[in-house]
Design a protein around this ligand. Structure first.
Ligand code: NAD
Length: 364
């Protein structure tokens, strides 16, 4: 008979499944200089560089350094299919054999959309904390509809985290982008398919971001703080790409799609409220969020972090109309979603009303 030793048992461990996504990660200052070598490792010589309009100068420099064939500088939020098609025509016209994405989640989204259609290998060089580079997830918009898919085809082969590229990210954008990353880790801690390895990464990711973001606000050029934030963002991105997200990601998806709200800001406003909504149903996970943030409560701690970072606190200030509260709640209720606490219409309405007006979340 197998004996289970109480002294050796790891608390909270039960049968679990752990799947790790393949990928090579280079982390550290100055490592963008290795893009050319990474392309060579992949056997590629004719890269197609993608970026957003305001990062074109950087992308042109990178393109020169790695001998790229072309630069496409029109990446846009939520990956519009019309933009992808324009990029695809250019990519095919110049006969490229690889993709280099340098920018935030919008740019990495465009690269993933191109990889889906061409199967070309990708080197992703993120400059925000959104985490898309670590996920096999792609959200695309066409005629006002956002659809999301999961495919290994869109997962970048190589990711280069070069802290130098994050120094120009304005403190305000860094703060909302960082809380966006915390949201991935927080939801991973209570995901129905989470596991002890992902939970470790989630807790470490939240702790690194929680320490680094306030420092970035006052000292945006401090390398140690920027490195800690990027490390936390990487871990949180792994969480996002490995286990199922819950109510928070669902609500942000609905709010972003319905009212065209900015992605990272919406995540920052909603996170304390959704954690409060789930706290009684997932007490262990929520306690780990609080512990990582070194706060007494997770929801109140996240709200205080938003305050300290001067992040937006209300959906109203992001431009959502008051009538949107009922519309969003109805849309979220339409398809049930995996979440620790069942979706309850009245509780969702009251949570969205608090988030709309910028009140503190209800509960810890
Ligand atoms: P973003 O990529 O839209 O960037 C926001 C702005 O910041 C842009 O104007 C960009 O040019 C600028 N910027 C980026 N890095 C900069 C830097 N270092 N210095 C100065 N300016 C810089 O924003 P985001 O929040 O990174 O990404 C949001 C998008 O990513 C959304 O479309 C979202 O759906 C998607 N996303 C997808 C996943 C996924 O797994 N599929 C995960 C997270 C986010």
């Amino acid at each position: 008979m197998a004996l289970r030793s109480e002294t050796l048992a790891v608390p909270g461990i039960s049968p679990f499944t752990y799947v790790s996504n393949p990928g090579r990660v280079l982390f550290g200052a100055g490592r963008k200089r290795e893009i050319a070598a990474e392309l060579e490792r992949l056997g590629c010589r004719r890269a197609f560089v993608v970026c957003a309009p305001d990062q074109k100068e950087l992308a042109l420099r990178v393109a020169t350094e790695c001998g790229a064939r072309a630069v496409f500088g029109e990446a846009a939020m939520h990956t519009p299919v019309t933009v992808t098609q324009a990029a695809l025509s250019q990519l095919q016209a110049v006969d490229c054999d690889s993709l280099v994405a340098i920018g935030g989640g919008s740019t990495i989204g465009l690269s993933k959309a191109l990889a889906l259609r061409t199967d070309l290998p990708q080197v992703a060089v993120p400059t925000t904390y959104a985490g898309s580079e670590m996920t096999p997830i792609l959200g695309e918009t066409s005629e006002g509809q956002k659809t999301t898919l999961r495919s290994c085809k869109v997962l970048p082969e190589v990711v280069i985290y070069d802290v130098d590229l994050t120094l120009s990210l304005p403190p305000g954008l860094s703060a909302v982008s960082g809380v966006n990353a915390i949201a991935h880790a927080a939801e991973a801690l209570y995901a129905h398919d989470t596991n002890p390895v992902i939970s470790l990464m989630a807790e470490e990711g939240i702790a690194a971001l929680g320490r680094a973001l306030p420092r970035i606000l006052t000292a945006p050029s401090e390398i140690a703080a920027r490195e800690a934030a990027q490390y936390g963002a990487w871990l949180s991105g792994v969480c996002l790409g490995s286990v199922s997200m819950g109510l928070h990601h669902k609500i942000c998806h609905v709010l972003g799609g319905k009212f065209d709200l900015r992605h990272a800001e919406t995540h920052a406003v909603m996170l304390p409220h959704v954690v409060a909504y789930n706290s009684a149903a997932a007490p262990v996970a929520v306690a780990r969020v609080a512990k990582a943030l070194r706060r007494a409560g997770a929801a109140s701690g996240l709200f205080a972090l938003n305050r300290a970072l001067a992040n937006p606190l209300s959906l109203a200030e992001l431009g959502m109309p008051r009538e949107g509260i009922a519309q969003a709640a109805e849309q979220v209720m339409k398809d049930q979603y995996s979440n620790p606490r069942p979706l309850e219409a009245a509780a969702l309405l009251s949570m969205l009303a608090r988030a709309w007006s910028g009140e503190a979340p209800r509960g810890e």
